[in-house]
Write a protein that binds this ligand. Structure first.
Ligand SMILES: *Cc1c(COP(=O)(O)O)cnc(C)c1O
Length: 352
């Protein structure tokens, strides 16, 4: 239990920020790498650092080519615009980022219809339900083109054999399989596998550099060369053609070299925090990677949100039933210990 005088309101820069792994700031070494980057005009295909990032990541994923983009939202959107035409449809999870959290971009900009399905407990889609949702070739229906999965999904790792089965299904029906791999390296580190062991099952993947990897900006879309050539056009159309983007790509290259294995620390810290929270009496599942969700249905959520804010902790308390906490590059062991104390003190203060 921390003494009351240490539970005072914190200055803003001392908040422990568990809202997302997007809040990380570039490290001094990353800034150094950015400062020294060789650059050129990437819309002309002349930025050596962007080209290197695309090639390095494509090689790791066993894909032919890559395309650097400002955000994961744009990378997924460009993937959908490239795979699907107007009147096509993609099958996707109700809570998937590509359906729920990207402003409906595929429909807004591409005339592409989502077919959302409920997600299973492990974050995938039931493959029988997927099969039933595939529309027959009939002018009444949109043309089902693509299945879109997410990994990790709400902090959970899709099992490798599930992705393999999903690919068998899409092959059987002539569909494409796109993976929103915003946090794919969390899955790689958790499974202790190579990136290729996941990516060999999908046609295309989008990977974020600005989540747990700690780059300030950037995502890379990977796939076959012909796909990437077309995607390059859609990137320009959607305003994502950047010029001397090597400055940003250098941060991504630095992250690939230095910030992948350390994701295991984020996972361990999430597990440590979960331990503190369970001990304090909160309800939650054991986290698989860097995200944990407190079941907040029975909690005085408003009081908890203010308590956290008063005691220097930022968390995503927006959900109706859960509070999300995410560990990342800027969360230390000491932060976990302190957060454990603040949450425990809340339970005591409220006699919960
Ligand atoms: C963050 C995220 C994205 C892309 O987000 P941007 O903020 O646009 O980079 C896509 N999918 C998932 C699962 C994400 O968490």
């Amino acid at each position: 239990m921390i003494p009351e005088n240490q539970l005072m309101t914190m200055p803003n820069d001392q908040y422990i920020d568990f809202r997302s792994d997007t809040v990380t700031r570039p490290t001094p070494a990353m800034r150094q790498a950015m400062m020294q980057a060789d650059v050129g005009d990437d819309v002309w295909g002349e930025d050596p650092t962007v080209i290197e990032l695309e090639q390095v990541l494509a090689a790791r994923a066993g894909m032919q080519a890559g395309l650097f983009m400002p955000s994961g939202t744009q990378s997924n959107l460009v993937a959908l615009l490239t795979h699907c035409a107007r009147g096509d449809e993609y099958i996707v999870g109700q809570q998937a980022h590509t359906y729920k959290y990207e402003g409906g971009g595929a429909a807004v900009l591409g005339g592409i219809q989502p077919q959302p399905l409920n997600m299973t407990a492990f974050g995938g889609l039931d493959l029988d339900e997927v099969e039933q949702a595939i529309k027959p070739d009939d002018c009444h229906f949109a043309r089902t083109r693509l299945l879109c999965l997410e990994n990790t999904v709400h902090g959970k790792v899709l099992p490798l054999d599930y992705i393999e089965q999903a690919r068998e299904l899409t092959d059987e029906h002539g569909l494409l399989l796109h993976l929103d791999g915003a946090r794919i390296f969390n899955a790689v580190v958790k499974l202790g596998c190579e990136l290729q062991e996941i990516t060999r099952h999908v046609h295309t993947i989008s990977i974020c550099l600005s989540k747990g990897l700690g780059a300030p900006v950037g995502s890379v879309l990977l796939g076959p060369q012909t796909f990437i050539n077309q995607a390059r056009r859609w990137r320009k159309v959607t305003g994502g053609g950047m010029r001397q983007a090597g400055i940003l790509a250098a941060a991504g290259l630095h992250a690939l070299d230095h910030h992948i294995q350390r994701l295991a620390d984020d996972h361990r810290r999430a597990a440590d925090l979960a331990g503190h929270l369970m001990k304090a009496g909160f309800e939650l599942d054991q986290p698989q990677t860097n995200m944990l969700f407190i079941n907040s249905g029975q909690l005085p959520r408003q009081a908890l949100a203010s308590w956290l804010d008063d005691h220097g902790i930022k968390a995503d308390c927006l959900g109706r039933d859960s509070i999300r906490l995410v560990t990342h590059l800027d969360i230390s062991d000491a932060d976990i210990a302190r957060a454990g104390e603040v949450f425990t003190a809340f339970m005591r203060a409220h006699r919960l």
